[in-house]
Design a protein around this ligand. Sequence first.
Ligand SMILES: *Cc1c(COP(=O)(O)O)cnc(C)c1O
Length: 351
Amino acid sequence: MKTGLIEKYSKFLPAVDKKFIISLNEGDTPLIRADKLAEALKLDAELYFKFEGANPTGSFKDRGMTMAISKAVESGTRGVICASTGNTSASAAAYAARAGVACTVLIPDGKIALGKLSQAIQFGAKVLPVNGNFDTALEFVKKISEENNITLVNSLNPFRIEGQTTGAFEICDDLGRAPDYQFMPVGNAGNISAYWLGYNRYKKAGIIDRLPKMMGYQAEGAAPIVLNRPVEKPETIATAIRIGNPASWKSAVAAKNESGGAIDMVSDAEIISAYKLLSKTEGIFAEPSSCASLAGLIKHLGAASIETGAKVVCILTGNGLKDPDSAIKYNECELKPVSNEKEILQRMGLL
Ligand SMILES: *Cc1c(COP(=O)(O)O)cnc(C)c1O
């Protein structure tokens, strides 16, 4: 039977006493080959999407959360707290519910996708919208966790990053080696740091013999790493990466430099275009922020080339169903009811 990540990758992760493991059998997400999209992009390489939307709460956050919540339980925590653009709160709330631990989440007022908000509420977390953005919320939870013996489960929690290394392990296990390029969105920059750590750990263990170029993409209105300064009022439709002062800034830049990769930015228009292209060409539904990876690949191909036969992986960090409003907003759809066959055929374009 499939186990969770802590058991599966115990050799590569901090030890957790088995009786404290809190898992929803996360991970083991599909790596989907996308030949049609590669052809559409005139990319003469093997293109793959890592579909993290298949995790129990619909995003990669579950990889880190199983580790962070298990460790919190092992330490006898009083409760957990996080600031979140949505997916962290959904994941924290689920794992905390399973652990029987109180969970508080601070979210930026009015800027989180409805699916994510509904998850946190459904899982019984205390959900507190903050007057301010993600960065403001993070400052609050850092202070409250330090002063009240409550466990912070943002990616500042080192166990989150540890758990998220498993994404790299799975890709290498599936491909039989590391990819040549990995494209991914960058928000708080924990995930790019975790993937880089994971690849390096596998290389050190002799499981792979090369490392990918790490290609991270921020949204134009929230691109502090690209601009090399914090962004006070980050703005983008990609709410999961609407972050002006990333917690893992330094390690993300190190991952870029050490791998010979890049951290660049893509516009909201490019993100939406990639979001729609992915679904229409390959039948994969990922939330807009996730599609900064594909938008980044497309931008990269406009300026540089990728070697023939290279293995290219795009990380799709969260499920499209998290944010149904965006799908309806950014696609043309006429939902006026029909009442006879003629109207149906007309709308089908057959009359
Ligand atoms: C959290 C999240 C990100 C950003 O990841 P970081 O580790 O903060 O860089 C990107 N996409 C989705 C869907 C997320 O939930």
